[in-house]
Design a protein around this ligand. Structure first.
Ligand SMILES: [Zn+2]
Length: 600
């Protein structure tokens, strides 16, 4: 299988690798997890495929300490670790190969501040008894825990031996076995080639609950029952997805619920999606996030953006697929609510990037910056709208046939935006009239949205809008009888629709009636806090402070800090950030440090 792995054609601007000369086809990890020193220690053995005349293997590395590098015959290999001049890019590890070297073994250890790894102290976990470790490799952080070729266009298979303290469990982005090891040693084998950003590890005291023949959920023991309830429909969601766009190719699909510091909603690590506990709403109303991560098993993990400049191919397709899954499960009206909320987010992003039109093109130009800081909502929602546009021109049946072909034809390969356009022309928009009706190049290479784009409409939101209109015109507040049956999405539409600022007496009455300040639903809390901050509604400030302290999900905390700063709460923002920052992952800190200011 390894010989058939295809690679990205062009060079990757965010990697030092030279895959045209030498590429890594398989890696074998042997690591010990050292919680005391916050380090992974051990070795990685790389199997190589070399072009004729190749002499040097170039790898990506960041903050790693290299102890030795040897060949399969145990010969010492000369190497240099050269600065790239950009902290986010790390160092370039250049290994001089002997003429017959096919395998390279690197003994190394990670830095306690490795940006990919978050080491949680016991107090940051649910049980407060044991530490926890998890990784986040996307976009280019894998190099800070393994020296490798770190670009989304470079794929390899891997195997791993991981040693953890007894009683703890290790999980990786590979088909996991649910048993607990008595020795603390775990082994993994990922038989399908994946890019570096999908390598992941988590270690903690974790239990497992099966949810179907090849699905299940891992979580800390105190969270497991709630999680199993929330994700009860996982197996049928998986089957629904496979019915839409072809077989699920990764054997198992499990979820791992992480502690609240996880900076994202979810991360689509193959075989085991990592999710934030902020989607445990108690009423299964936020499972579209799981549909999103599941959809990545096709768009992203199976067919991968060639470089981070093509990020919209991963995310736009995934949002489209996510909403098709939710439509199949919950009906068209439900999916339309998700689309309208996405449209609102997109309008907000377009407003924020008014002075930076390049950032609103689908094809990005991120060569000189940390891709994680350059990727935004545009890839998701504008990408989604382009696929909706195509569907509206060709019809749903033709669209679905194309997507099945697209996933089949490009499985386990990388594709760039230009390659997508070629296939779109060959397989779907076959004549000039269809091509012109969509005009995909305008969507991809021009900023903003085409003027004709009016956005989706939701009948369920129109009903909410009527409630809002009555409130705004006549001052009549909604009552629990009127809002009975509202989903989280309807509440979000309502809260977003209230004027900022709103009168304090209105917020006081709403809070007394609907208990927003003490809501256990993170989506509703965060919409309420945004409204409260702009209205200077002080009674919710304590809840906000504790929300910011215990939640690390960037989607929530970044707008909240921004809003505090804009509304004149600089002191609160700074002191709360200083207090909460140790609970945040590196990627959240990297976004917030320049915004709020590094605590003294
Ligand atoms: Zn995604």
């Amino acid at each position: 299988m390894t010989n058939e792995i295809s690679q990205a054609v062009g060079p990757d601007p965010h990697s030092c690798a030279n895959p045209a000369e030498v590429r890594v086809t398989h890696l074998e990890l042997d690591l010990t997890v050292d919680f005391e020193n916050r380090k992974l220690k051990g070795s990685v053995t790389l199997q190589l495929s070399r072009a004729e005349g190749s002499t040097t293997l170039w790898l990506d590395s960041r903050l790693l300490t290299i102890h030795s590098i040897t060949s399969e015959k145990d010969e010492e290999l000369a190497y240099t670790l050269a600065e790239t001049g950009q902290a986010w890019k790390g160092e370039s590890l250049r290994i001089v190969l002997l003429s017959d070297t096919q395998v390279v073994k690197i003994e190394y250890e990670t830095h306690p501040e490795s940006p990919a790894l978050q080491w949680l102290s016991p107090s940051q976990t649910d049980d407060h008894q044991h530490p926890f470790l998890f990784s986040q490799s996307q976009a280019i952080l894998a190099r800070s825990w393994i020296p490798l070729q770190d670009g989304p266009g470079y794929r390899f298979t891997y195997s791993a031996k991981i040693k953890v303290p007894k009683g703890m469990r290790a999980l990786m982005s590979a088909p996991n076995k649910s048993g607990l090891s008595s020795t603390g040693e775990y082994s993994f084998r990922m038989p399908y080639p994946i890019p570096a950003y999908l390598l992941s590890i988590a270690v903690g005291v974790l239990d497992f609950r099966p949810l179907g023949p090849n699905t299940g959920v891992y979580a800390e023991p105190g969270v497991l029952s709630v999680a199993a309830y929330e994700f009860a429909a996982l197996q049928s969601m998986l089957e629904t997805a496979a019915k839409l766009y072809g077989p699920y190719r990764w054997d198992r699909y499990d979820l791992l619920v992480l502690p609240p510091s996880f900076p994202f909603g979810g991360m689509e690590n193959p075989c085991i999606t990592f999710v934030t506990p902020t989607i445990l709403s108690g009423d299964r109303s936020l499972v579209s996030l799981v549909a999103h991560e599941l959809a990545h098993s096709w768009s992203g993990n199976l067919v991968t953006n060639a470089t981070w400049n093509d990020f919209w191919l991963n995310e736009g397709f995934t949002v489209y697929f996510e909403r098709r899954i939710m439509e199949a499960i919950e009906g068209a009206e439900y999916a339309k609510m998700l689309a309208v909320l996405g449209w609102q987010d997109l309008q907000q992003t377009l407003k924020e990037f008014k002075g930076k039109p390049d950032a609103t093109c689908l094809k990005l130009k991120l060569s000189d910056q940390d891709p994680d800081e350059g990727m935004n909502e545009i890839a998701y929602e504008k990408g989604y709208l382009l696929l909706c546009k195509i569907e509206s021109v060709v019809g749903r049946a033709a669209m679905d046939k194309f997507l099945v072909q697209y996933f089949e034809k490009n499985a386990f390969k990388a594709i760039d935006t230009e390659g997508f356009l070629v296939q779109l022309k060959e397989l779907l928009l076959t004549d000039d009239k269809l091509w012109k009706a969509v005009s995909p190049e305008a969507w991809i290479y021009k900023p903003g949205l085409p003027k004709s784009e009016k956005g989706p409409v939701s009948a369920r939101f129109e009903a909410v809008q009527q409630v809002l209109d009555i409130q705004l015109k006549k001052g009549e507040l909604p009552t629990p009888a009127i809002t009975r049956g509202w989903s989280t999405h309807e509440w979000l539409h309502y809260l977003r629709g209230l004027p900022k600022p709103s009168p304090i007496d209105v917020l006081t009455k709403l809070d007394a009636m609907f208990h927003f300040s003490s809501s256990g639903n993170a989506e509703i809390s965060s919409a309420w806090f945004l409204l409260g901050i702009s209205s200077k509604y002080y009674p919710m400030m304590e809840s906000l402070q504790s929300f910011l302290f215990r939640t690390g999900r960037r989607k929530f905390i970044v707008p909240l800090y921004k809003s505090l700063l804009n509304a004149g709460f600089e002191d609160e923002a700074q002191s709360w950030y200083a207090e909460s920052r140790p609970n945040y992952h590196y990627v959240a800190q990297a976004t917030l440090d320049p915004l709020v200011g590094l605590p003294e």
